[in-house]
Design a protein around this ligand. Structure first.
Ligand SMILES: [Mg+2]
Length: 230
């Protein structure tokens, strides 16, 4: 059975050492105004669109949607201006490249991330991961504010690209937060949690993913976690 393996980006594949979160806060301040303070974990696992909504709880959702394009433009400009710093300070987590390579025969791999598409591409480019993922089959934080909605979007894009459909357990969602697990479960996808983000293995296990890993360093364990029982 060929899988559609959907990878979260931040905390799962890579870290930008806080550069992107800082640029995001600056862009929100410039486009919308001073945001309500949020904890570090308040960003994790959420779409950029959702983060903006929650940062401005007094603004109606329509007012946020109207400014999303402007926000995206400013955010991207800020990040592009810091491309050298992104390249220097971002890092791919240990084992990621080997894991992506080991899973190549298992099907198709694409991002499913709360990042807006252009930012996901920039982050993945800066660490050299774009050759391993089909970005055109992914789903992103500017496709929808609610993460679970991203699974059918990615599945539809993958279906259009590969000329076949993906349903239920043929889809695997890999991520580092309870939001990733919930997003997979709501779509009857297989879920794999990895504790390289702000949540511990025990915290992730409490949300009952199909499999959970401390990190991606053991390629054989990653393949087993993603594919599950045959
Ligand atoms: Mg993440």
């Amino acid at each position: 059975m060929e899988r559609l393996i959907l990878w979260d980006v931040d905390g799962t594949l890579l870290s930008t050492d806080g550069i992107a979160a800082e640029a995001m806060r600056t862009a929100m301040r410039q486009v919308v105004g001073p945001a309500a303070p949020m904890a570090r974990t308040a960003y994790a696992g959420k779409t950029d669109w959702q983060i903006i909504r929650e940062s401005f709880p007094s603004l109606p959702p329509d007012a946020i949607s109207e400014r999303l394009h402007e926000f995206v433009a400013v955010y991207l400009e800020l990040l592009e201006a810091q491309r050298a710093a992104l390249v220097a300070r971002s890092r791919v987590f240990p084992g990621v490249v080997a894991a992506l390579e080991a899973l190549e025969p298992a099907g198709y791999q694409a991002p499913l991330t709360g990042n807006i598409a252009a930012v996901a591409q920039l982050k993945l480019e800066c660490v050299g991961l774009t050759p391993f993922l089909d970005l055109a089959a992914g789903a992103y934080g500017d496709d929808h504010y609610h993460r679970p909605e991203l699974v059918p979007i990615a599945a539809a894009r993958a279906a259009a690209r590969y000329g076949r459909s993906f349903h239920g357990r043929q889809i695997v969602v890999v991520g580092d937060t309870p939001h990733d697990i919930a997003c997979g479960k709501l779509n009857d996808a297989r879920t794999v949690a990895v504790a390289t983000g702000p949540y511990s293995l025990a915290e992730l296990l409490a949300h009952q993913p199909d499999a959970a890993l401390p990190d991606l360093t053991d390629a054989e364990a990653v393949v087993a976690a993603v594919l599950g029982a045959a």
